[in-house]
Design a protein around this ligand. Structure first.
Ligand SMILES: *Cc1c(COP(=O)(O)O)cnc(C)c1O
Length: 435
């Protein structure tokens, strides 16, 4: 499989080059040069296949022989070594729990898969590579845990001081080893600006070999299709209605784009709902075809505070830039924090199920779509993080009811280790040159 830049379809690279570079030199996102079809027997009889086999058959065409079969199987095994259960919430509505991984968010899947691929591609290189990443919370933890102990790779994470949740900070700052957390006295935008400047700094590049683990990397984006396939398998096993509607809480639109890709490959999906918070660039676009990003507004579902979602161009590409075709397959709605909290309260009161603010936005989008489009369907909203990750900002009455999963309980006792730096590029550069 070759990948082309969405800025210039003449620029084509291998899977390895796309993974190592992240972004094309012209700043375009990489996109596969054809959409492989899933085998008919696989789509028709998903319930006859083992989870790891489903994942292998789906991803293998995107990688070809660039990673040997046994190695790719091992990467998939390491990526999917936790469950993705469908949990019933109310009649015909299920949540797909994507928070059973090490950092309690769906980003674990993409980060672990990418770490496996990059570790393989760098296996014969003596020079260590530095993964430099800015985070508003979830990405940093997933990348840190994904790359922990991967030989030849070190990870440097910039996070805004005081602006990530307690649990997120513990995840970022307690691994040590090949992971370093830089606590920046500024905002997420400052962190991002510092990282971007580092990637343009020739002098720094001579000193350290830098790469990014950004969500636009094909090795983070594509494996997210796994859980749509595994959800469809569970629907089949349960004997529920096969008309599946997926509602995906969306920020940078990478997650939903992987689902749309799975559908383009032949997975049967009735409809997608892209649910957002008040950062509603895509819902507005879906109404009038005007792509008009406004500055991002902070919300309770802060992993989705994205004004200009990078992966949306990939979704457009999957529909050959046709808005009517896109509207046929995808709807998009936005919700305020007030609506989000009301949904969390309601689902807790009526179903005794605890949503996190991102999942709550997904739940609201699913409800709205099903109300406007009655008919047989199995509705699935993706629960992208465990509620404990956002417990700090949950309503007081819910806070008390949030349980802390056993596997993160000891994190609260560990000592934070971070390097405090001012929000200035020179400070980052000086630290990088010394380490
Ligand atoms: C990153 C994230 C999202 C948004 O996912 P995208 O792929 O950027 O659309 C949603 N929920 C949580 C909890 C996240 O961490």
């Amino acid at each position: 499989m070759l990948y082309f830049s969405l800025q210039n379809n003449q620029h084509r690279v291998s899977f390895e080059q796309a993974v190592v570079q992240g972004l094309a030199p012209d700043k375009g996102l990489y996109f596969p040069d054809h959409i492989p079809a899933l085998e008919k027997d696989l789509v028709d009889f998903l319930d006859n296949y083992d989870d790891l086999d489903i994942a292998y058959r789906a991803i293998h065409p995107f990688i070809g022989d660039e990673i040997p079969m046994a190695k790719l199987q091992q990467i998939i095994h390491d990526t999917l070594n936790f469950p993705f259960p469908l949990h019933p919430v109310q009649k015909d509505i299920y949540t797909l729990e994507l928070f059973h991984g090490p950092t309690l968010a769906f980003k674990d899947v993409g980060a672990r898969f990418m770490a496996g691929c990059l570790g393989y591609f760098r296996r014969n290189d003596a020079r260590p590579v530095t993964v430099l990443v800015a985070t508003s919370g979830d990405t940093g933890g997933a990348v840190a845990y994904g790359f922990h102990h991967v030989p030849g790779v070190r990870v440097v994470i910039l996070y805004p001081s005081g602006k990530v949740s307690t649990l997120q900070e513990k995840q970022l700052t307690t691994l040590n080893g090949n992971i370093t957390a830089l606590e920046i006295q500024g905002t997420f935008d400052d962190c991002q600006r510092m990282v971007k400047t580092a990637f343009l700094d020739q002098e720094l590049q001579l000193h350290s070999l830098l790469t990014s683990a950004n969500s636009i990397n094909v090795a983070r984006w594509l494996p997210q299709m796994f859980y749509y396939l595994l959800a469809a398998k569970q629907v089949k096993v349960m004997g529920a209605d096969p008309n599946i509607v997926f509602s995906v809480p969306s920020g940078n639109f990478g997650n939903i784009c992987a689902g749309v890709m799975a559908a383009a490959m032949g997975l049967s999906v009735k409809h997608f709902v892209a649910s957002t918070n008040v950062n509603d660039t895509v819902p507005r676009f879906m109404l009038n075809g005007q792509y008009d990003p406004r500055p991002a507004t902070p919300t309770l579902s802060n992993a989705m505070d994205v004004a200009d979602p990078s992966n949306f161009v990939r979704i457009l590409q999957l529909f050959a830039n046709s808005l009517p075709d896109l509207q046929q397959k995808m709807s998009s709605y936005s919700y305020t924090d007030q609506q989000t909290v009301a949904a969390m309260e309601q689902v807790w009161k009526e179903q005794h199920y605890m949503l996190d603010p991102h999942g709550a936005v997904g739940y609201l989008g699913l409800q709205q779509y099903l109300q406007h489009n009655p008919g047989k369907a199995t509705g699935i909203f993706l629960e992208t993080a465990h509620p404990v990750k956002f417990a700090d900002t949950a309503p007081k009455d819910l806070q008390k009811a949030i349980t802390i999963p056993e596997r993160v309980q000891n994190l609260y006792k560990l000592q934070k280790q971070a390097v405090l730096l001012p929000a200035e590029y020179d400070a980052l550069k000086e630290w990088m040159m010394q380490h």
